[in-house]
Design a protein around this ligand. Structure first.
Ligand SMILES: NC(=O)c1ccc[n+]([C@@H]2O[C@H](COP(=O)([O-])OP(=O)(O)OC[C@H]3O[C@@H](n4cnc5c(N)ncnc54)[C@H](O)[C@@H]3O)[C@@H](O)[C@H]2O)c1
Length: 360
């Protein structure tokens, strides 16, 4: 029998979740959004029969539901996940896991109590490049990764002014929390070591400058709040001796949008990268997956060829959730990892606010 899933939130990401769930053979039985027009539109395009205003209404109307997918502004991730887990449903939640590590810990505890799967949409782990790189990590080609550089940098990529993205109370922060994917991917390749210390700085010069607005037509909200950073830079050390540096930005004087993890392993270095032609516009993007080795006294660069995935793993990641709860695949991420990642985000904001290194 097909897994029965409901989607909560009919925004931009819903199409990827819906495609992934359906390709994995799940039955999307309901969609909820406080905006009924948005809900009807997405439901229609994916043939989803029932539309509701809230998760509570879905849970009341569909008692045999197996799972819930949460695709709403970050502030509502933890409360909706807790509500779904308390009702005994598996949860697939968009990134960031929550507003902070405290909330992520509560979600992890709730999943353990309910004995249900809790996963997050770290879709970059589901990119073909990441699957390929994991093969070289598993077969020992790379060895232990000592150091890693994680980047998601934009030049003019502010997702609108005054909406939920730029309101810290709703989003938890700016690019540091929004573009946390590459820190996650770098740590994933490193074996998710326990973070020990962090030193970080945030910058906000351009966060109210309309010329730095991104190209996604996200409407500005007149009299809305814009109180988040425009860029963040930091350095994390791990109990294992490994280290990771990061650069994330919505608005910063960079040449072009770059999404990348570069690492230096004991036996090989490597890179997983997307270079966007223009901030946020996929059609001109260039993806790379490379290994750097020393062979016969020479430096050798290996280009790993994988099928293109313009969706950056978003569909495959949703498929992995369904296959995980059906027991045919292992989960691409765990609640423990989400808590570690949120500790790094919390520590980065604390370090930036105090100007001091923070023990995690
Ligand atoms: N993985 C990725 O690549 C990726 C990309 C973009 C956004 N996201 C994440 O997806 C989430 C949603 O982002 P978006 O861009 O789709 O936002 P959006 O603003 O486009 O859509 C959010 C939708 O949620 C609805 N909503 C808000 N609160 C609700 C509630 N309590 N119950 C039901 N519906 C509610 C809104 O009406 C809206 O339609 C965010 O957490 C964001 O970080 C992930």
């Amino acid at each position: 029998m097909s897994t029965k899933i409901a989607i909560i939130g009919a925004g931009g990401m819903a199409q990827h979740h819906a495609a992934g769930f359906q390709q994995a053979g799940a039955d999307i039985v309901a969609l909820a959004d406080v905006n009924q027009i948005a809900a009807e539109r997405v439901a229609k395009s994916f043939g989803i029969g029932r539309v509701f205003p809230t998760l509570a209404a879905v849970l009341a109307a569909v008692p045999d539901l197996d799972a819930v997918s949460i695709i709403v502004p970050n502030k509502f991730h933890a409360p909706l996940a807790l509500e779904a887990l308390a009702a005994g449903k598996h949860v697939f939640c968009e990134k960031p896991p929550a507003l902070n590590a405290r909330e992520a810990l509560r979600m992890k505890a709730a999943a353990e109590k309910a004995k249900r799967t809790l996963m997050f949409n770290f879709n970059n782990r589901a990119r073909p490049e990441s699957y390929a790189m994991r093969d070289y990590l598993a077969d020992g080609t790379i060895g232990r990764i000592n150091t890693c550089q994680a980047k998601w940098i934009r030049r003019t990529g502010i997702p609108g002014f005054g909406g939920w993205f730029t309101t810290k109370a709703l989003s938890g922060g700016g690019p540091l929390i929004d573009l946390l994917h590459m820190v996650d991917l770098g740590m994933h390749f490193m074996g998710y070591p326990e973070p020990e210390y962090i030193l970080a700085r945030t910058f906000d010069e351009h966060i109210r400058d309309k010329t730095f607005k991104g190209p996604w037509s996200i409407p500005d909200v007149a009299n809305g709040v814009t109180d988040v950073e425009a860029a963040a830079h930091g350095f994390v050390t791990f109990a294992t001796g490994q280290a990771l540096s990061f650069q994330v930005s919505w608005a910063e004087m960079n040449k072009r949008e770059e999404v990348s993890v570069t690492f230096q392993g004991q036996k090989a270095g490597g890179l997983v990268q997307r270079l966007f032609g223009i901030d946020g516009v996929d059609s001109t993007s260039i993806d790379a997956c490379e290994l750097y080795v020393q062979e016969h006294g020479r430096s050798v660069n290996r280009a790993i060829v994988v099928p293109p995935d313009p969706a950056m793993g978003r569909v495959r990641s949703a498929m992995n959730f369904i296959r995980t709860i059906e027991g045919t695949e292992l989960p691409l991420n765990t609640p423990d990892q989400a808590v570690s990642l949120m500790k790094i985000i919390d520590g980065a904001y604390k370090s930036a606010a105090t100007g001091r290194p923070v023990a995690l």
